[in-house]
Design a protein around this ligand. Structure first.
Ligand SMILES: NC(=O)c1ccc[n+]([C@@H]2O[C@H](COP(=O)([O-])OP(=O)(O)OC[C@H]3O[C@@H](n4cnc5c(N)ncnc54)[C@H](O)[C@@H]3O)[C@@H](O)[C@H]2O)c1
Ligand SMILES: O=C(O)[C@H](O)CO
Length: 386
């Protein structure tokens, strides 16, 4: 039996019991739930990652829905418990849901929500920040200054890579990958090569149009190429950013062999999921190739880094903060809450999970719909005509 867990309660007399496994940014999400007769219970336990036992204790005997986090293991045990407690709704406060066993949720008839769109630009911006930090050795240079080692300008001091005119490679050109590609092409006039299972038509049109604009202004036009295989991206790109979902097709996509194909002075950025890279192989590659640099937001065994990574000067590492802007994090909380609320209330599923901004307008009531339920089809939930 797990020990009692500390919780904060809002609207104690609410009819529907909704649990959030963590305090989330902003208050709009709480207000939206309490206004619709929900009793909201927020776990305030001072423990970063809750165990399955902790969450079982939170679900208890009666629970209509849960808002959870990407650090939690949502599988058979929790979905069975939620069903026993009368629950029908779960939402990750994240777009990625590789921590969720969707087949188990299907088995117990639980809707699984996620939070797409609201974090696209914020995450792409962090990937761009890591790209620049790695290319221009910002962290190394900052540490050098703070250590009092700067004793005057030198021709060789912290020489890095120029991005303009080089090739940016994007693996996984979905929402975030495409937004990142646009930033690097437009901002730094890089040429694009991408690999995805699907064609990124809008991205291609954007780069074509921008290339024409540059040409019309007497500048070197940017170009794009859709690679037939990931190997083409690894071989050709000077900077590669990873943005695919994590599943069995992308686990250790970047490994000893793929690293060996990349240019010796290439830059690799990962703001997708840690296990997309074989991190132990990456550490070896970084040690053997000091001019190869990485920018990492995510790690294979979070919160840990593989031995040796922390000591390497050619690695920039940050703690899974890619979606951490105020607007985005408050929006993620709102979307997660509305997914759970919508399922409890029997609202339809929003017709386009890529167009969710209408749910985030502070001044107007959100549509009466679930913004994004990944197993809607399987559960036979109807789509909104709104
Ligand atoms: N670091 C962070 O804080 C952070 C923030 C947001 C999202 N993410 C991660 O980024 C991922 C992408 O988010 P998104 O909103 O862009 O999702 P998305 O679904 O729009 O894009 C994912 C893309 O990956 C492609 N893909 C799938 N399998 C592939 C494969 N084997 N090879 C190449 N491409 C493949 C898909 O076709 C799709 O275009 C999320 O699933 C999440 O894991 C991380
Ligand atoms: O998948 C996600 O949404 C991120 O990892 C956290 O924002």
């Amino acid at each position: 039996m797990a020990k009692p867990i500390s919780i904060e309660v809002w609207n104690p007399s609410g009819k529907y019991r909704v649990v959030s496994t963590k305090p989330m940014p902003g208050t709009r999400w709480i207000n939206l739930l309490t206004a619709q007769d929900c009793r909201v219970e927020i776990c305030t336990e001072k423990k970063t990652i809750l165990s399955v036992e902790d969450i079982l204790a939170l679900i208890g005997d009666k629970c209509d829905g849960v808002i959870g986090q990407l650090t939690e293991d949502w599988g058979e045990v929790l979905f069975a418990a939620l069903k026993r407690a009368g629950g029908t709704a779960f939402s990750n406060m994240a777009v990625g849901y590789n921590n969720v066993d969707v087949s188990a949720a299907n088995k117990y008839g639980v809707a699984v929500g996620n939070t797409p769109g609201v974090l696209t630009e914020t995450t792409a911006e962090l990937a761009a920040a890591l790209s620049l930090a790695a290319a221009r050795r910002i962290v190394e240079a900052d540490q050098f200054m703070r250590a009092g080692l700067y004793d005057g300008w030198l021709p060789h001091l912290f020489v890095g890579n120029l991005l303009k005119g080089q090739t940016v490679g994007v693996i996984g050109a979905g929402r975030i990958g495409s937004a990142y590609a646009r930033m690097m092409v437009e901002g730094f006039k890089m040429n694009l090569i991408y690999y995805d299972l699907y064609q990124a038509t809008r991205l291609e049109k954007f780069v074509t149009a921008y290339g024409q604009f540059l040409k019309a202004n007497g500048e070197q036009p940017v170009t794009w190429k859709r690679a037939a295989t990931m190997v083409d991206v690894l071989r050709e790109a000077d900077l590669i950013s990873l943005h695919p979902v994590l599943d069995k097709t992308t686990y250790h996509l970047i490994n000893k062999d793929s690293l060996a194909i990349m240019k010796k002075e290439a830059i690799l950025v990962n703001a997708s999921r840690g296990p997309v890279i074989d991190e132990a192989a990456l550490v070896e590659h970084l040690k053997a190739n000091p001019m190869f640099r990485v920018g990492l937001d995510v790690f294979e065994d979070e919160p840990y880094m593989k031995p040796g990574l922390a000591e390497l000067k050619n690695a920039v590492v940050v703690p899974h903060i890619a979606s951490a802007s105020k607007w985005t994090r408050e929006g993620m909380a709102t979307l997660a809450a509305l997914n759970v609320l919508g399922k409890i209330k029997g609202f339809p599923i929003w017709s386009d999970p890529n167009q969710v901004v209408v749910f985030l307008e502070e001044k107007s009531a959100p549509p009466l719909a679930c913004p994004s339920i990944v197993n809607a089809k399987h559960l036979g939930l109807t789509a909104s005509k709104l």
